[in-house]
Design a protein around this ligand. Structure first.
Ligand code: SF4
Length: 397
């Protein structure tokens, strides 16, 4: 499929909207009352530190709702207001946050059902409205919806679209896109649908494996097996790694994306020589500012003497997991939770471990005076952070 031409056609269709419906003022008031918090504002005003009894809360200087998420949620609210009686669907969670997704359901915005791992679009009818979430949708999904003639409200974050444009550029000049991301993540699924040849690497270790293959060759079968779910159809490591470009899932660790870019630049320089580098390697900066700011703030926060960290965000939120990883690497006891209900008591907390499994940690809240670092992922409303901080104050009172 000519994905670029399809996108152009879609964007010119009268059934397509990516700018909202002019109800911003009403929606802003509603969002403020539902998601904002006076306690969090107070902590911001106090230079991100608040003491109560024997607890000091240190909040990261950048955390929570990013611009792209705020925009997507506002557009979803506007859509409900603009189409009060129509059936409204969303192709996936609008953002990775359980409380926001719960609100969507209360507003009768339904998720496209998933049957045996596949989305069932047969439920969508011509006059329905379908919202595409902040991290986008695959070009195949967009085509199904366009063909059905339903109304599409596209809340894809412009930073994500920027990555799509990057992989389109790679495709045009016949470069393979090396995408730093998680092959199952909706954003990466969408990005790879716009790419020509692609290979998804999860981390620096996988990138190093690919770089070694480029320089020294290796076991082709092992390579194909390792990336079986993470490459384009018919991918051939002996042919398709001669010209590569870098792209990323916008919420991966910024430092790691940069290291992966540099690794491939060095690899291609070593293999083809500096004069030929531009014929074999392309890199565009597609790291989202919000992800970068939250990670930088976390790196600053962990410099302080913290007794523990609470990292708040949806369990399928990639950027929250990256924040948790920073605390983990510093050896700080850190708990990734998605809502206040995970705090069972002062001695038990249910949290998501880095391997994705849930666990109950005992005696998580130390006795005596403590300093607790707090941050939240880009899809977490301040209200959720407030509830958790208040719970900690109560348990320690
Ligand atoms: S984290 Fe970045 S790319 Fe993702 S929605 Fe927010 S601003 Fe957009």
């Amino acid at each position: 499929m000519d994905t670029k031409a399809f996108k152009r056609t879609l964007q010119h269709s009268e059934n397509y909207n990516r700018k909202g419906f002019g109800h911003q003022a009403e929606v802003t008031t509603q969002l403020q009352s539902e998601y904002q918090s006076s306690l969090i504002q107070e902590i911001r005003d106090r230079n991100y530190v608040l003491e109560s009894g024997n607890v000091t809360i240190r909040l990261a200087q950048a955390f929570g709702f990013c611009w792209g998420v705020e925009r997507a949620v506002a557009m979803a609210y506007e859509t409900r207001q603009h189409f009060p009686t129509e059936q409204i669907w969303i192709t996936n969670e609008i953002i990775h946050n359980p409380s926001v997704n719960q609100r969507m359901q209360e507003m009768a915005v339904k998720f496209i059902p998933v049957e045996t791992g596949k989305k069932d679009f047969s439920v969508v009818e011509t006059n329905d409205v379908v919202i595409l979430p902040a991290f986008g949708a695959s070009v195949q999904e967009m085509q199904i919806l366009h063909d059905k003639g339903c109304k599409i409200v596209d809340t894809t974050c412009p930073w994500v679209s920027k990555v799509w444009n990057t992989v389109e550029k790679h495709k045009k000049i016949d470069y393979t896109s090396i995408i730093h991301g998680k092959y199952k993540h909706e954003e990466t699924v969408a990005t790879s649908s716009f790419a020509g040849k692609y290979l998804i690497v999860l981390n620096l270790k996988e990138a190093q494996y690919v770089a070694d293959y480029i320089l020294k060759g290796g076991n082709r079968e092992e390579f194909l097996q390792k990336f079986a779910k993470a490459c384009s159809a018919g991918f051939d490591p002996d042919q398709d790694l001669a010209r590569v470009g870098i792209a990323n899932q916008t919420t991966m660790l910024k430092g790691e994306t940069e290291q992966i870019g540099k690794l491939f630049e060095r690899t291609m320089m070593q293999k083809y020589g500096p004069a030929e580098l531009n014929e074999h390697f392309q890199s565009f900066n597609t790291i989202c500012d919000a992800t970068q700011e939250r990670q930088d703030a976390m790196l600053e926060l962990v410099q302080h003497d913290l007794d523990l960290m609470v990292v708040i965000g949806g369990f399928n939120s990639s950027n929250t997991t990256q924040l948790q990883q920073i605390a983990f690497e510093r050896g700080i006891p850190s708990y990734h939770i998605d809502c206040v209900e995970r705090i069972k008591s002062g001695s038990a907390i249910e949290h998501r471990q880095l391997n994705g499994e849930l666990a109950i940690a005992q005696n998580w809240l130390p006795a005596g005076k403590i300093v607790v670092g707090v941050t939240s992922g880009a899809s977490t409303p301040d209200k959720v952070v407030e509830d958790i901080i208040e719970k900690i104050f109560t348990l320690k009172a």
